[in-house]
Design a protein around this ligand. Structure first.
Ligand code: ZN
Length: 222
């Protein structure tokens, strides 16, 4: 279990017209990562954030960008996303027939690479790419939709991934309906990076981050 706990607020839930000031609040509260969902309207039904947006965000913040690709054929987009300034790129196992190649593309540029597992995807699918990843992202809802119910079955999956990774220096990230309660359950199972969207952005952002940091026993670094 990686004990370096991190919060990665998901900009998909942010107010796009107020993004700059919202990111400033996140910076003030020293969040560790910014989670950016790239959606193509094909792998998932919604569309969100492309390489141009990532490039704009990169210009305005020092917070490392944690980019989650929810696109078909990610191998066609990875170069642009790397060029735009992504620090971490995670790729869905279900989205490509050349996962190994995708991860190599990211690693070759010196960025961090990860595999995403949708809820029904078996943990065994990451067994042969462990040497190429820095992170496993476990979806705790179905990808691509807002306001979904947390899938409690995923707690066992986090445990299973945690056991598979043993003492490897690989982060376990969780994404989907993460609040101060579900985060604790995921943390106990072995997760150490927490993507949170609506919980943070639909309320007082600063208060929500402090609540999440408190639940996860992360010291607010202000
Ligand atoms: Zn995501």
């Amino acid at each position: 279990m990686n004990n370096n706990m991190k919060i990665s607020p998901s900009l998909f839930a942010a107010d796009i017209f107020d993004l700059k000031s919202q990111i400033e609040i996140l910076e003030r509260n020293k969040v560790d990562l910014l989670h950016i969902d790239v959606m193509d309207g094909n792998f998932v039904s919604r569309m969100a954030f492309g390489a141009e947006h990532i490039q704009m965000i990169k210009k305005h913040t020092e917070i490392p960008l944690d980019v989650h690709l929810m696109v078909k054929h990610p191998e066609r987009h990875i170069s642009d996303i790397l060029e735009a300034g992504a620090d971490i790129i995670t790729v869905h196992q279900e989205s490509t027939t050349c996962l190994y190649h995708c991860l190599e593309m990211i690693r070759k540029k010196g960025r961090m690479a990860g595999v995403v597992l949708s809820p029904a995807t078996s943990v065994q699918n990451i067994k042969y790419v462990l040497s190429l990843i820095d992170m496993v992202l476990i979806m705790t809802v179905n990808p691509g939709e807002k306001n979904q119910v947390f899938l409690f079955d995923m707690i066992n999956k986090i445990k299973e991934v945690s056991e598979l990774l043993e003492n490897k220096n690989i982060d376990i990230e969780v994404d989907g309906s993460i609040d101060d309660k579900t985060a604790i359950l995921c943390q106990s199972a072995g997760a150490n990076i927490f993507v949170s969207g609506g919980y943070i952005f639909n309320n007082d952002i600063e208060q929500q981050i402090i609540k999440l940091q408190h639940a996860l026993k992360i010291k607010n670094k202000i």
